[in-house]
Ligand binder design. Sequence first.
Ligand code: SF4
Ligand code: MG
Length: 320
Amino acid sequence: HQLEKKYKTKEKMFSKNNEYIKAVDNVTFHIKEGETFGLVGESGSGKSTIGKSILRLQDISNGEIKYHGKNVFELDKKEMRHLRTKMQFVFQDPFSSLNPRLRIGDALAEPLLDHGLATKKNVKEKVMETMELCGLPTYHINKYPHEFSGGQRQRIGIARAMIMNPEFIVADEPVSALDVSIQAQIINLFQELQEKRNLSYLFISHDLSVVEHLCSRIGVLYLGTMMELASRDQLYENPQHPYTKALLSAVPIPDPTKRRERILLKGDLPNPASPPSGCKFHTRCPFAMDICKNETPVFKEREPGHFVACHLVDQEKANT
Ligand code: SF4
Ligand code: MG
């Protein structure tokens, strides 16, 4: 049984190349079973577009997204229905996805009943189990969404996803709206659930300090292009791309001996609909050279598992 599962869920491959809306361009990555892949970038970088298209909440014009080796855009209705249970979404603002007139017990029961995964008889038991799993005391079962705090509402959002017994969760800025103290609790909950259920996550954030503790690998997006992709240790200890370095230099580090040199970006984020030529980052990069305006740097593997797209890194490598 174990072997079969291992074979079946060995690797999930997502790749997309979206020319039409230009929200995302040449982004390829895969997420392994039981891992958390972090996707980081400013707003307008295309993070949410990627997250939504994986769950087919948004279409892409070309490129492919594979789950267990199958292109999700080629699944038939039945397969898609199954996929909709196995892949779940957790949003930044769970309140907006909760019906204000539905008690949370009913809100949690709804997707289960819709998919025929529970009966009227056993649904309450499943709801209570999931509430407990997500740190929501079951005496809250008859309360309405507005009666909960921000952190509790995010627990409800997570419970809505968990009740479907998913394999994979896309979490889009799930802690960005929360106080820092609550953020840590919710991140811990994500971690606990992953250990208990062998979940895989795509964790989307604009904040590198949020993903550091949770993610085993991280991709840095800028204007819909992957600039750097590496394991957590590679990225935090040896960032290569100027954009990653700038993002990291803004993360506060308590130990003064480990502080990074502050790299300030020039100007504002360009319009994602008409990104700059060459390296899309060149209008803001403190190290930009002539070549950067005209030639798009190739996304290359510099050491095993560490990919960077930057002319400066190319030149440094050529000189060593
Ligand atoms: Fe900066 Fe040029 Fe590298 Fe782009 S390619 S990040 S502009 S040095
Ligand atoms: Mg977003």
